[in-house]
Write a protein that binds this ligand. Sequence first.
Ligand code: SF4
Length: 384
Amino acid sequence: MNAPATPTDGWPVPKSAYIHVPFCRHRCGYCNFSVVAQRDDLIERYVQAIDLELQTLDRPAIETLFIGGGTPTHLPPPVLDRFLNQVGQRFDLNQLVEFSVEANPEDIDPTTLNVLSDHGVNRISLGVQSFHQSKLNILQRGHDEAIAVNAIEMSAERIGNVSIDLIFAAPGETIEQWTEDLRLALSLPIDHLSTYALTFEKGTSFWNRLRQGELKELGDDVEVEMYQTARAMSQTVGLSHYEISNFARPDRQCLHNRAYWDGRGWYAAGPGAANFCDGYRNVNHRSTTTYLKKVESGVSPISESERITVQQYARERFAFGVRMIEGVDVDQLSRESGIDLRELCGADLAKMVSDGLISDVAERVTLTERGILFADGVASTLLG
Ligand code: SF4
């Protein structure tokens, strides 16, 4: 197959932006993100560096803005105020529909919520992870149930669109504990829920403790039961399962993440942040200090740059798209990308249909119930 140089209508023009704030109170043992803890002395330099990095953009119009981390709300309120103001001025926000900020429940108070709301933040994503004290202790989180519940209720009142993250399959966790976490979460005013099984990433202290036998993984069977419990319980309160790890009320799917999953292009700034612009994926230095030194000395903070082929683009959109419960319209994606995905992936699709992992009906490829449990494997097959 002769692959075209660009997708049918050219590379998508980004309408989304992600800003990475690397600061945290401390590093949780399972965390593998680009994060610095106990380095608040770098905050001022960081705020200036982000402004310098964003100056390289030509004030593009965006529809979704996501400030993630790390912990954006770790910035003291007056600094957060200045930072959000600065970021807002580097984009044309006239068409902005979703402005999300990630937050630690410990940071939520009326002052911080007022700062967020004053800058037009209309979605907050709280890193709750659990309400159970024993699980929070294992995960090394500093809040307790009362702080988390209070943060959700206050955010719902002031911001109005609340998402929370919950982790399951923590060492020692039982189905009963997870069910209690879900029951409490779903009784609160949330619009969106993301649930992730705990993973032990190389380079984290949890990875080392697992290898030393200090921590134990739960078995696959328990993990699957926990996942299915989340799916079943979420439905009962009107949160529909729209992506492998995500549940939302009608019209509350995360539009910013949909831009990633639909391969629509996005800008990004900050340590470790990755953009997808004009057919290139560029990733900034993960180290905050290296990032700062580069930007301050007028050097690009990008550490890796990859030209994406149209074939890769089509495969990635297929692989991310199939993680959406609604699945992928293969003909439409083939038309938009200029790659005949039936020709490119036909044998893999036929095999996955016969293995009961996907259904391929009326041009739409969707995960089966069994495929939902093996979504990572399906996605990696589609990536080729
Ligand atoms: S608060 Fe979140 S980003 Fe920060 S160290 Fe913990 S898990 Fe990582």
